[in-house]
Design a protein around this ligand. Structure first.
Ligand code: HEC
Ligand code: HEC
Length: 337
């Protein structure tokens, strides 16, 4: 009897180890290769990132700062919003509204590459940006508010959180799902009219018929954040660029959608994005953005441009011809140098 039990046990152990060890060879590094079904036609290889588990945040003073930084991402408005307990420097939105699951979700502007990627040169400001500069950028644009001091406890907490969450990522690591998916361009301009009908059918229930969202009963923040109107992000925010908005919507909305389980086609995502972007939102002086005009992205809706396309086409597309013209100009510029 005994040897049989032992053999049986060994076989089970063998199967268990074999299955377990072949599941995700690289997950110990926090990065793994997975086959994602991003659209119905062809499966695509995505290099995804697994954020460290919050239960591993150390029980130290530094750990407390990291935990505070995480709260400032998930519940920003409770601290910095119009009724915030620390300061009133932002609208009622939270960082997490666009950086889902505290900035850990695939294809939703996650924070995988922040710690290893900054300081870095960004063409929008035309300068080398620190993490602090980048945080203030989102505070001033995405949260339509004001910058906070680099030495404030809040900024130190943001930085501590980004450093902790990105600690296993090295510069040059390939992670392809950090930003949002780059959707294939349409041959036509994205259509706000088509988008409106889709918005009413699929988004209005949470974000409201005027895009106003739904305030939480205590009025401190939103249960469903505003997608346009005076309490939403301003025209200088990254989300006001159609490719960012459409890419975000495709794999994250209606709420609960994922890259494995999207609920919209690419075309629907572009058209809904066009409708949202056609609606009013707070202004911001963006004349100093992209000081090198030639580096303005194909979907930045504010001129002047170094190409012949209109603001209207830069806002809604078709983007293919703009991108081609920009690349030609870049190549010519390089030759001239
Ligand atoms: C309205 C949506 C929105 C909100 C709210 C928002 N962000 Fe962002 N954030 C974005 C988008 C979109 C990008 C990337 C696009 C770009 O480069 O402009 C981004 C980029 C970033 C980056 C750089 C990521 C990288 O890998 O380079 C950081 C850091 C960041 N945000 C921090 C914050 C913080 C902190 C808050 C809250 C104070 C916040 N964001 C709120 C939309 C938002
Ligand atoms: C079931 C409710 C629900 C539905 C339906 C829904 N959303 Fe959202 N949406 C949310 C929530 C909640 C967030 C914020 C997520 C967070 O903070 O974790 C959000 C965030 C957003 C954001 C980023 C933040 C902002 O305010 O701009 C956009 C853009 C957005 N949704 C667009 C859409 C679009 C477009 C649709 C329809 C295709 C849609 N949503 C459908 C609940 C919903």
């Amino acid at each position: 009897m005994r040897p049989k039990i032992i053999t049986g046990f060994l076989i089970l152990l063998f199967i268990f180890t074999a299955v377990f060890c072949t599941r995700s060879p690289d997950s110990s590094k926090g990065i793994k290769q997975v086959e994602e079904q991003t659209n119905q036609v062809s499966p695509k290889s995505v290099e995804t990132w697994l954020a460290p588990d919050t239960s591993t945040i150390p029980d130290t003073k530094e750990g407390d700062l990291i935990r505070y930084g995480r709260k400032l991402i998930t519940n920003t408005s409770e601290y910095l919003g119009p009724r915030g307990s620390v300061a009133h420097t932002s609208n009622g939105m939270n960082c997490q509204n666009c950086h889902l699951n505290a900035g850990t979700k695939s294809f939703s502007n996650n924070f995988a590459l922040v710690a290893s990627g900054y300081p870095k040169f960004r063409p929008r400001s035309g300068r080398v940006e620190t993490i602090e500069f980048r945080v203030n950028d989102c505070l001033q644009r995405s949260l339509n508010g004001h910058a906070i001091d680099s030495l404030s406890k809040e900024m130190r907490a943001y930085v501590a959180y980004f450093k902790w969450i990105g600690k296993d990522v090295k510069e040059g690591d390939k992670i392809t799902d950090a930003a949002v998916e780059k959707l294939p361009f349409l041959d036509r301009a994205a259509d706000p009219e088509k988008g409106k009908a889709l918005y009413i059918a699929k988004c209005k229930v949470c974000h409201g018929s005027k895009g106003q969202g739904l305030l939480r009963p205590d009025s401190v923040t939103f249960t469903y954040p505003p997608v346009w109107g005076k309490e939403s992000y301003n025209i200088g925010a990254g989300m006001h660029r159609l490719s960012h908005l459409a890419g975000f919507i495709k794999n994250n909305m209606p709420f609960g959608s994922t890259v494995q389980n999207p609920q919209l086609s690419d075309v629907e995502a572009w058209d809904i994005a066009a409708y949202i972007s056609s609606q009013p939102r707070p202004l911001k002086d963006v004349r100093m953005d992209w000081p090198d005009m030639a580096s303005k992205p194909f979907d930045h809706p504010f001129g002047p441009y170094s190409n012949r396309f209109t603001e209207e086409q830069h806002k809604y597309g078709p983007f293919g011809p703009i991108k081609q013209a920009n690349e030609k100009l870049k190549a010519a510029g390089k030759q001239a140098k």
